[in-house]
Structures are given as C-alpha cells and as structure tokens.
Design a protein around this ligand. Structure first.
Ligand code: ADP
Ligand code: MG
Ligand code: ZN
Length: 573
C-alpha cells in the first residue's frame, strides 16, 4: 500500500474534525482499518483508489470527507436501490443527502438541482448515465463540489464481472474537474481490474489503499462433483441443518430443480432467478432475509446489495466464471464474523461447459482470452493441493503469512501427493496418439484398455498406448486429467466438442523435463472416505490435532483419516 503524506488535517471552517463528526453524525466509536488514513487523505484534497472487501466500510471513506470539505460530495453509484438505502440512512443521521436518478419526477429533480447550486446539500448520489449528460456537467460546474466518489468502481472494467458501459464515460470527471479530488472504491481487486480503474479514472499518481481481503471465518472447501444434488443435501444435513444459506447454480432450470430437491428432502429452500415473476422474487428474498434457516437457491442474479449477516454457508453447484465472482459470492457468508462455509462441487464437465460458454460468446478475441485466463485461475484454485485461502488472496495480490491457514479443506486434511510424471506422460501420449480429437471418456477407455465400440471402430486397440494405464481406475484417471488441465499441460477445446489437446507445455512433460506432482485423489475424497468409515462405527484412534481452530467434527474426521493412512502404510497412528 502506498502511504499518503501525513500532513495534518486542515481544520474545517466550522472547526469540526474527522473523529468528532464520526461520533456525532455516524454514532461510531472509531475508525476501522485504513478508514482514518483514507479520510485524511481525501479531506486533504488527494485522489485515491480504495480496495476494501464488501462490508469493510467504504461508504464512510467518502461520506465523512464530504462533510468535512466545503461543498457537496458527488457519489456515483450503479444501483438505484443502493442509492436509496444510503440516502435514507444519511437523512436519518441528519445529513443533507439526496439522489438524482431516473426514479424522480422532473419536478423532484429540479428541486434537487436547485438545492445543489444553493449549497444546501452535503452529499448527492448520481446515476452514472445521468452524471455524464451536458446538463448535469454544467450544473456541477455551477456548484461547489467537495469531491467525486466513484463507488463500485470495478464497473468500469470491461473484463470484470459487472461491467456497466455507463461507467466508461466517467473519465470525463477527471477532464472537466481536475482539481476536485476523486476517490474510486471497489471490493474487486484483481490486478487487471485495478489497472483499468486507474486508467479510466486517471488515478495514475494516486495512492492505492488496499485492505486485507481475508475472511478468516469462512472455511473454503471444494469437492469432486459426483452427484452434486445429493452431495449438497448431505453437506446441508450433516453440517448446516437449520442454517440460512445460499446455493448458486448456473441456469434457471437448475435452480428450480435443486430448490425442489432440497424441499423434498425437508430443507426449507426457495428459488430465485431473473425469470421468476418479480413478486415471487421479492417474496422469496424477504423470507430469506426475515425468517430463520431458509436456503435460497439462485442464479448470480441474487446477491448484490443483500446484507444478511447470518448466512452460514454459500454453496456452488456450478463453477463461477472467475475468482472474483467466487470471492464475491462466497463473501456473502458470515458477515457477522461467525464460522461459515464456502462449499463448491466441481468436475471436469464444469470446465468444458464454461469454456464453451466463453468460446460461443459474442465477445472480442481479447475478451475471450481474458475470460479463459480467469477461468484457468479458478480451476487452479479448485485443483490446488495447497492452502486455498493463500491461493485466493494471492490472486488479489495479497501474501498471507505462514504456510497454512488452518481453515480450508487442504489445510485441514492435506492431500496425499505423488510423483505424476509417468502418469502424465501416459495420458499425454494417449492424447497425441489418438490424434487430439477425443474427450476424457474415450481417452480413459484407451488407457485402461477397455474394448468399447468406439475403441474398436477407430482401431485404438491397435495403438501402443492401449491399456498402458491399467494401474489406475477410471475415476483416478479423471482426477489426473483434470489436474493436467489445471496445470495447463492439457486443454479442452470447445470448438472440437471438448476434445482434449496438447499445449505448449505438454512437450516438456513428454520429454521428462517438467516435474509433475499430482494429488492422489480428487478434492474432498478423503473427507468422504473417513466419514463413511466413521458411519460404519469404526472407532478412530487419537492422532495429532490439526493446526488452527478445526471444529470437533472435522478433528474427528481428520483423526480417523490419519489412522486410515497409517494403516495403509503399515505404521501405527
Ligand atoms: P462497503 O461499502 O465497504 O461494503 P459499508 O460502507 O456499507 O461497506 O459498511 C458496512 C457496515 O459497516 C455498515 O453497517 C457500516 O455502518 C459499518 N461500519 C463502517 N465503518 C465502521 C466503523 N468505523 N465502525 C463500525 N462500523 C462501521
Ligand atoms: Mg458499498
Ligand atoms: Zn488453508
């Protein structure tokens, strides 16, 4: 983080300082994290970019300086509902706040414009498409503007998960009002998005205040997808019975199907997607917010602006499209700081499907390239044998101290690793020998020497690679295959219906120049295995406790798993 100058805060005209306004207007005892530093910098007239996770307290970073500086703070915000909530809260606190957006009558709008010019407003929220109109720009030129705050600034990013074309026009702010401080705020902090915000809003010389994105109370877990719905039912029944949660699915049909399946299993679940009647949607949302223990099954249409503190789990039945999206969605769990879970089931078909969606989208080549990079990063997170939290935060440019967080599946039950060089070579040769034209199923049939119709039809039983992979079963080969995709040694080509193809890095593997370490089992396998064992009443001998604050159930599972491993290796636990 760049640290701004530490010049003392200029005393505002009426002698109020930041802390006393914090107490008297906002009723808060003190600043949180970097708030104080940011507020001082902006009040001093500096530009900046603020990256802070959702719920971190970004609003205060522009609201307070707006009150301390002369003139009115102009806040750009993408959603009318968000503006309405904020303005209502501010008026309640005695602040002269208003919003200019399409929900107003012409009369109401001109009334607000009059108040702005008269210097009667402390804060004015403006929709981006409105701000860039000649009328609004000339209005602002006549008024005294304390600062411009661009909230949800990632909306300027074309590659982001929430691009809004209206945001692109906001570069006019820097051109027209170079002397008014600009503060851009977002909870999406990947490198590319950050760069785009800086360029579009001309913040090249401005400091960036980056808060930690870690959500230590969220436990990350990613499991191998087999029968996703029944895995989800088990997850909820065994670990979150009666808890409020959100389940994300990719399609509307899937949402309906999963909500019905949970409901049949006695779990109170409601669907939410953009295809539902708006009255049904808002009824379901209200029930989720106001009743206890409702599970909402939703598409990504659900979430922005929802502030329910006690969501105990967020489950993904389909792969989101990027780490940012995964982080945003899982971040809706545990706002109250209590232990919560981010659980995802994923499989090879998810990668193939997402790839297809990207390739078939109408986006430019650049768009596709960036989207594929983002998908790859997420697959990397799903396949990593190391700490998921570390990996997640590293994506946002944050380095976590220590080796392991103690609160993700990989830290709690470290996966067994093996040297996968030879396995990888067998698989890649099989891809090569069969002409890079086949999907996972057929390749595995060839490897394990299964004489299917297709194998005979293509004469693949005559190849030297036929049956060279009998040491693994089909399921094990799938996990090898997926890891090679995650490592970039193999790619799924959606133009060729998901055929697996070699990549630039395949050659190094085939020549034996590249190290390949593989996890022996798919993510989640060991937790499942030990659970099944303990269900059969197999008492688990005690073993060393894991690091961190593992809950008793997981500890027990870990113990039983360790003893299993020990038995396998023929050593006492
Ligand atoms: P963000 O925009 O970063 O998601 P908000 O500005 O909406 O977050 O703030 C989230 C919550 O945190 C709000 O309820 C707000 O009142 C509270 N909050 C913000 N700053 C502080 C603080 N310094 N002390 C206590 N609560 C705070
Ligand atoms: Mg906010
Ligand atoms: Zn971890």
């Amino acid at each position: 983080m760049s640290v701004p100058s530490t010049a003392p805060l200029p005393a505002p005209a009426d002698g109020r300082d930041a802390l006393s306004v914090l107490h008297s207007v906002f009723g808060l005892p003190g600043f949180r994290g970097a708030q104080g530093e940011i507020i001082r910098h902006v009040t001093d007239g500096g530009n900046c970019l603020v990256l802070m996770p959702t719920g971190g307290g970004k609003s205060l970073c522009y609201q307070l300086p707006s009150l301390l500086r002369e003139g009115c703070g102009i806040v750009v915000s993408p959603l009318i509902a968000l503006m309405r909530d904020q303005v209502a809260g501010l008026i309640e606190a005695g602040v002269n706040a208003a919003a200019l957006n399409s929900s107003l009558t012409p009369q109401e709008a001109s009334d607000i414009e009059r108040r702005l010019i008269a210097g009667d407003l402390d804060l004015l929220y403006v929709a981006p498409e409105r701000l860039v109109t000649p009328r609004c720009l000339s209005l602002l030129a006549q008024a005294k503007v304390a600062l411009f705050a661009i909230d949800e600034a990632h909306c300027v990013s074309q590659w982001g998960h929430d691009f809004r074309p209206e945001y692109v026009g906001l570069s006019i702010i820097a051109e027209r009002f170079p002397d008014v401080p600009r503060i851009a705020l977002t909870a999406t902090a990947d490198e590319l998005t950050r760069k785009e915000i800086v360029e579009r809003l001309q913040l090249m010389d401005a400091p960036q205040f980056v808060s930690s994105f870690d959500r230590p109370n969220i436990r990350y877990e990613i499991v191998d997808k087999r029968n996703a719905v029944s895995q989800l039912k088990d997850f909820i029944r065994e670990r979150h019975a009666g808890d409020a949660g959100v389940v994300y699915c990719l399609s509307r049909n899937r949402v309906e199907e999963v909500a019905a399946a949970l409901d049949d299993a006695g779990i109170a679940a409601l669907p939410y997607h953009a295809g539902l009647d708006s009255s049904v949607r808002s009824r379901n949302q209200d029930r989720f917010l106001n009743e206890d223990g409702i599970v909402i099954v939703a598409t990504i249409a659900f979430g922005m602006g929802i502030d329910k503190p006690d969501v105990r789990f967020v489950a993904h039945l389909d792969l989101p499209k990027s780490i940012e999206a995964y982080y945003q969605e899982t971040g809706r769990a545990g706002r109250d700081g209590k232990p919560s879970a981010a659980w995802m089931a994923y499989g090879l078909s998810d990668i193939v499907q997402q790839r297809r969606m990207i390739d078939e989208s109408s986006g430019s080549d650049d768009f596709k390239r960036v989207s594929i990079g983002k998908l790859d990063a997420l697959v990397g997170l799903a396949e990593t044998p190391h700490c998921r939290r570390r990996r997640l935060l590293a994506y946002f440019g944050e380095i976590v101290m220590g080796e392991a967080c103690g609160n993700c599946d990989n830290c709690l039950t470290p996966p067994k690793m093996r040297d996968g060089k030879v396995l990888a070579q067998k698989l890649l040769s099989c891809v090569y020998r069969t002409g890079q034209r086949f999907g996972a199923m057929h390749l595995i049939d060839v490897l394990i020497g299964r004489l299917t119709e297709k194998v005979t039809q293509f004469g693949h039983d005559k190849l030297s690679v036929f049956g060279i992979g009998r040491e693994l079963n089909e399921k094990q080969w799938r996990t090898v295959l997926r890891q090679l995709v995650a490592m970039g040694h193999l790619r799924s080509d959606s133009e060729a219906f998901g055929a697996l193809k070699l990549t630039d890095s395949s050659r190094g593997v085939l020549r034996g120049e590249t190290e390949v370490w593989l996890r022996e089992e798919a993510p989640g396998t060991r937790i499942r295995a030990s659970r099944e064992k303990s269900r059969r009443g197999n008492p688990a001998p005690a073993a060393a406790a894991p690091q961190g604050d593992a809950d008793p159930e997981l500890r027990a599972r870990l113990r039983s798993w360790r003893s299993e491993v020990a038995r396998e290796r023929g050593v006492p636990a």
